[in-house]
Each structure stands twice: as C-alpha cells, then as structure tokens.
Write a protein that binds this ligand. Sequence first.
Ligand SMILES: [Fe+2]
Ligand SMILES: [Fe+2]
Length: 272
Amino acid sequence: MLELTDDLRIGHPVIDADHQRLIEIINEFLEHSNEVNPQILHETLKSLLAYGREHFAREEGIQRQCLYPYQQGHSNEHKSLLDQVREIARAYFVAKTKPLNATSVQDVNELLKAWLIGHVKKFDTSMRDWVAPSLDMDAPRIKLASPDLAALIISPNERSRARLADLLSELGASKVLQAEDSITGLGMAFGDPVPDFIFCDLETEPLDGGAFAGALRGSNKAYITRIPLLLLHDAEDAEAIQNAMAAGASGVYPKSFNPTNLGRLLNQLLLR
Ligand SMILES: [Fe+2]
Ligand SMILES: [Fe+2]
C-alpha cells in the first residue's frame, strides 16, 4: 500500500491533499491485487486520468501563482504521465495487445506505484521550497542581487503597472520604466538603459505577449534576445500560455501572483 510519507509531502495543503487522493485511488486498486478484475482496472485508470488531469492543472496553477521557474518541464512531465495511463488503458481495453491475467495485474500494480511516487519524488518535491514559503505572507523577501538593475513593465493597465513598479522598487530595482503599449515597450527594450528584465501583459496591444516575446527573441542583438521576459495574464488560457512559452517567454504568471518569490526568481533568471 502507498502512503503519503513526510518525504513525499510538499507542504502545500492543496497539493498534498490531491496527492493523498491519488494515492487512495491506487490503493483501492492494490487492495484487489490478487484478483483479475477488468472492471476494477478500468475504473482505476478512468479515475486516475480524471483526477490526475484535474490535479495537474491545479498544481500548475499553484506553480504559476508562486512564480515557480520550471513550469514548462514540469508540465511536459504531467502530459507524459497522462499519456502513460492512456497507453495502459489502450493496451488492455482498446487494442487488447496485453492479456489481463495475474501477472499483468502485478505489472500494473508496480507501474501505478512507480507512476505517482516516482513523479512526486523526482519532480513535485523540487517545487517544495517555492510553493511552501509562499503560504507565509510575512516571509522575508529576497532582494535583487545587484543594486543597479532596470526593469521595464508593459501593460495597458495603469494599476497593475503601479503595483509591479512598487514591488520591484521594494526589491531594490534602481529604475522602473513603464510603457502602455507593446510597440512603445519594444522601443524601450532597445533603448537606454537596456532593461535587465521585462514584464509584459499577455493581453497587451498591438502585439500581444506571445508576439512581443517573438519580436524580442528574434532580435539580431544577442543581449536583447537574452533579457528575461515574464508575461502576466488576467485569465488562465492554457493555449495562450503554451504559445507564449513556445515564443520564448521566460515564464507566464498570473497578475495576482504571490510576490514572496519574486526576488528569488529574478535573481535566478539573471544568472541564466
Ligand atoms: Fe507534478
Ligand atoms: Fe503532483
């Protein structure tokens, strides 16, 4: 039987509760490990797919909220986990390339145990020190590593520009440039001072965040293509987020992000 032991806990109540539920689904199956029961296997795979999909979306949302920097790789892992479950279901129930017998039930047992625990151990525990401290709003904030950094914020929304500008000044940014639209912002990116990092609204105009990322990364000046670019969104749009990451954004985060890790994230991006 699987158990959510301390070394598997992430320290975020929503994520830990989700993992507990996934463990229960697998344990319910393991309880019947001496039977060859196609219906139980079918139900288990169905529940894992449904709850897994929900959990992965929730976990990725929390990662964005906490400014976790490795969201893209993690999200690819989630996709591959869902594919693995789909593949088992296909092999036993659709293509029927595998016979359902005592040996194959044992194989599925082992596979499902490794499926969840392997991912939690290798990937989920690495977000522990990003998502757990963000629950403590009074946690001390990490300042920017260099005292002489310039930021550029591009957003049509004056209030969100102001909020971010305040945050960045608090972290020690020496200059915070602002632009209302992405064409003015693009001009500023090539201007003086060259910004050390750029925040851009995903819904900015006339170029949206993804197109802005493409323009920045496509520049013939190498130092411009390397500027960390963080895109911020109001509403979660999985496709727009994927497109922006593919266009070269360093990360896509909700505007309501938790600021606890902002300094740590920026310091890390500047080192890349
Ligand atoms: Fe995960
Ligand atoms: Fe997880």
